[in-house]
Ligand binder design. Structure first.
Ligand code: ADP
Ligand code: MG
Length: 368
């Protein structure tokens, strides 16, 4: 995908408005638990500073405040953390008006979603945010699958470019399915078939094998007539599940669990035989894309499948491994051998939609 990057622009003396994805989780003490998304933006910020920009104005959101101020969703801790990472002052401002008046080199505006107009793709809000800036940079891969004021309207008002992190993330994901080292094995789990079915339709054309676990698998199993008792299921997706299994959308082979760990009458994890079965495919894979935990990993009684599959895919050193998804990343956080994963996508939903559709609303305005 050919995105306009900052290399295509003379940034010297420019005021640069930049959308970033600083939607990090804050612990109970409002300390940042995982700063990967902040670190991800540092190369672009440093590039801009090294090339003599006049000012960088950062726009970000945190959580789902739905248009009202919530102290626990303030970006102030993020401003402080960014300042530490950069070794440089980061001014924190509460309103666009304060932002215009600020003359520090780096400014972070308070949570965009304290204003409900961020999510409604609002022209007036875009004008307020863009006022006084010369160019716009999108460095927020994880928010680019939504058409919002910052991702799609501001680019109508200012010359717009992709940040370096965004470019890398988009190209890595697209390349992994366009010309993958084969076999391409997809591991998909998690809870909602509804959200991932489109992805499976596309992946059945591209992948060699799709291993289905987690809550997802229940719908497939039930669709083939297997009794899953009271397990999580989406009955309105049976037909689609049957079509996928029958190869209506592509030739990928679907592999379903063959045994389970149950909690009463509910399936909560894949069993030992299934782990062995899935592992066989993972060991031979050239490329592995993983999204969705294989069980209810939040309860350690049901995290065995997820942990075992994680270990298998990090043990396959020659394979190119991509992992994405909010809960999937939570499930493997702090695990050993994380560095063996070739690419951890900062945006779960965005990664899935990019694979499914080949583009995202927030990328369209950045195309060359
Ligand atoms: P991601 O955020 O990585 O894309 P999802 O949001 O699709 O993943 O799904 C994560 C959720 O799926 C977790 O909360 C997990 O408990 C749940 N889950 C996994 N397996 C099962 C299962 N067998 N039954 C019910 N829920 C499950
Ligand atoms: Mg999730």
């Amino acid at each position: 995908m050919n995105l306009r990057t900052l290399k295509d622009c003379n940034v010297s003396q420019k005021i640069v408005l930049m959308r970033v994805d600083y939607n990090v989780s804050l612990g109970k003490t409002l300390r940042i638990v995982d700063d990967a998304r902040i670190i991800h933006t540092i190369p672009t910020i440093n590039y801009l500073l090294d090339h003599g920009v006049k000012q960088i104005r950062l726009l970000a959101h945190l959580g789902k405040p739905e248009g009202v101020y919530k102290k626990e969703l303030s970006l102030l801790p993020v401003a402080e953390h960014l300042s530490e990472l950069l070794g440089q002052e980061v001014a924190f401002v509460k309103t666009p008006q304060e932002m215009y008046a600020e003359d520090d080199k780096i400014v972070l505006l308070e949570n965009l979603r304290f204003d409900s107009r961020e999510e409604s793709a609002d022209y007036e809000y875009a004008k307020e945010l863009a006022q006084g800036s010369d160019i716009f940079v999108n460095e927020g891969f994880g928010v680019s699958h939504r058409a919002t004021t910052t991702t799609t309207i501001i680019p109508e008002l200012l010359p717009s470019y992709a940040g370096f992190g965004l470019v890398e993330e988009v190209n890595t994901i697209l390349d992994s399915i366009k010309s993958p080292k084969r076999p391409l094995v997809v591991v998909v789990g998690g809870a909602k078939v509804k959200d991932k079915i489109g992805l499976l339709q596309v992946l059945s054309k591209k992948a060699d094998t799709i291993l289905v676990g987690g809550g997802m698998a229940n719908t497939f199993l039930a669709a083939t007539g297997i009794d899953i008792a009271d397990s999580l299921v989406e009955q309105d997706k049976y037909e689609l599940a049957r079509e996928l299994l029958a190869g209506k959308y592509g030739s990928a082979k679907f592999i379903l669990p063959i045994d389970f760990i149950k909690d009463g009458t509910m399936i909560k994890d894949i069993g030992a035989e299934t782990i062995r079965l899935f592992s066989k495919f993972i060991k031979e894979a050239g490329t592995i894309i993983w999204n969705g935990p294989l069980g209810v990993f939040e309860d350690e009684r049901f995290s065995v499948g997820t942990d075992a599959i994680y270990k298998e895919l990090t043990d396959n050193e020659p394979a190119f491994v991509i992992v994405g998804g909010g809960d999937t990343l939570t499930a493997i956080k702090g695990h050993e051998a994380l560095s063996r994963i070739d690419f951890i996508s900062t945006g779960g939903g965005a990664m899935l939609e990019l694979i499914e559709k080949g583009t995202l609303p927030g990328l369209q305005p950045l195309l060359q």
